[in-house]
Design a protein around this ligand. Sequence first.
Ligand SMILES: Cc1cc2nc3c(=O)[nH]c(=O)nc-3n(C[C@H](O)[C@H](O)[C@H](O)COP(=O)(O)O)c2cc1C
Length: 203
Amino acid sequence: MFIVREILLPELRPMTQLRLLGLSGSLRRASNSTAVLRGLQDALALKARLDIFSLHGLPFYNEDEDGEHSPESVRALRSAIETTDGVILVSPEYNHGMSGVLKNALDWASRPYGCSVLRSKPVLTMTTSPAFTGGVRAQQQMNETLASIPARPVLRPQIVIGGVHEKVSDGRIVDDAALRFALAGVDDLLDEIRAARLVRTAA
Ligand SMILES: Cc1cc2nc3c(=O)[nH]c(=O)nc-3n(C[C@H](O)[C@H](O)[C@H](O)COP(=O)(O)O)c2cc1C
């Protein structure tokens, strides 16, 4: 009965706000990647709540330190991912790959093997660069890593923001076209989350 109401009468759905978690692949104070997340945070307004989790303080992955007594910052990261509905990754391109900072975070989040908090979690990827290529070469690596976990990367045209340094002001992306481009991806992420919920409800 509940399922029928979900499908036929969307206006009767409970107005729960979806929660998203943003991870920036750059630790730089004036990071353009982080600025994209901040801009999205503002632009999403009531559509969804986007929290940005700082990757500062996360140690290098070390299997010796993983397990029951893993570092507190790692437990905080895992808990933030576990309690969110979906994740947005924004990375710069470093030497044609994703940043080591982001890869390290994904490695921590990918464990314990087989029951990672990222397992089946909808994840949207974006890249930025001052170059016109927008960091596109890092996208393949991000999606390979997500597929290996396996998370649930949103399958859609890549979101790449080139010339990003000219689109940021006061630590936020302000360029209207770039923001709309990124927001279209977030809409797809939200659809993916809702679709996954419907499947779970029907099961
Ligand atoms: C080690 C290193 C490697 C880089 N490699 C690339 C690259 O392959 N492609 C690219 O477009 N930009 C590259 N850049 C430039 C970064 O895209 C630029 O520094 C960017 O602003 C960093 O992202 P952020 O603003 O989020 O900190 C590189 C920068 C560094 C420090």
